[in-house]
Ligand binder design. Structure first.
Ligand SMILES: [Zn+2]
Length: 288
């Protein structure tokens, strides 16, 4: 098995990368409640998740093959160049091509939430016109995120007008389906409302032939949060609810030994929740 493919019974999850970058906002700002000296042990445990006082962040997306469906989870930062991250340009389409996946194969584009690093490749520009990057797909997002990110004050605070480019364009094409509750995408793939990071944040539970895996989204952004589950991220919308959702997810994943898939952890983001001396940690990789 390639190290970017996770088999879950008859289903599979393929890790994709849009980019990897030192996040411009320093750790002290990105995790405002984390004491500065508390990072030291995590820098030793997870060296690939740091670049000095910055988080080294993977912008991961995932493709699920389940039954006769091909589902893309999140679409990265997009073609850019994105000023807020030093003019970087996403590479998701190149990575799909490198892994032998054609955009036309994708039936569903599932958006875990509507932050700019998760929706960027929804559309591409052709002859000066926006077109869906995945021409045969329906696009899914939670209604609570649509309502939240459509607020003028939320859009005004965004570093670039990604809602108009990446969401309203797709809605205008009649391709956007809002979700209002936990939803089965196939008999093996369930979208779960896991609010906190954003009001309509969703995770994906894949269950097949007695196996399971959880694509957690941005419930956890950095592996240190597996241990420090009350370190909220600057971008978490509701801090108490983010912590509550994170703890419940960690409790469940630890109890059930569920493989967890984390888009912002070092690629491919596959791991498990383990316990050592009374504390939880992220264990990279999965035992066969
Ligand atoms: Zn994110």
């Amino acid at each position: 098995m390639s190290d970017f493919v996770l088999k879950v019974g008859a289903a599979e999850i393929i890790a994709l990368s849009d980019m990897n970058l030192p996040f411009p906002m320093p750790l002290a700002q990105l995790f405002p409640t984390a004491p500065a000296d508390a990072w030291t042990p995590y820098k030793e445990l997870y060296p690939d998740a740091f670049e000095q006082e910055h988080m080294l962040i993977e912008i991961g997306c995932y493709l699920i093959r389940s039954q006769d469906q091909t589902i893309l989870i999140d679409t990265g930062y997009g073609p850019g160049p994105i000023e807020a991250i030093g003019g970087r340009q996403g590479e998701l389409m190149d990575d799909l091509a490198a892994k032998g996946i054609a955009p036309q194969e994708i039936n569903t584009v599932f958006l875990s939430h509507l932050h700019s690093d998760h929706v960027g490749w929804n559309v591409i520009e052709q002859n000066g016109k926006l077109e869906p990057a995945f021409p045969n797909a329906r696009y899914l997002a939670h209604q609570a995120d649509l309502a939240h990110f459509r607020k003028p004050e939320i859009q005004a605070a965004a570093t670039f007008p990604f809602m108009e480019r990446c969401i309203e364009s797709v809605a205008a094409m009649g391709l956007l389906d809002p979700l209002t509750a936990d939803t089965d995408l196939t008999a093996e793939v369930k979208a779960l409302h896991t609010p906190g990071h954003t009001p309509g944040h969703m995770s994906i539970l894949v269950t097949s032939q007695g196996h399971e895996a959880l694509i957690q989204g941005d419930v956890l952004v950095h592996p240190a949060q597996v241990t420090e589950d009350d370190w909220n991220c600057h971008f978490d919308h509701d801090w108490p609810l983010s912590t509550q959702t994170r703890r419940k997810m960690l409790d469940d994943a630890e109890t059930r030994a569920t493989p967890v898939v984390s888009c912002h952890f070092p690629a491919p983001g596959f791991g498990t929740i383990i316990r050592r001396q009374g504390k939880r940690y992220w264990q990279t990789g999965l035992n066969p």
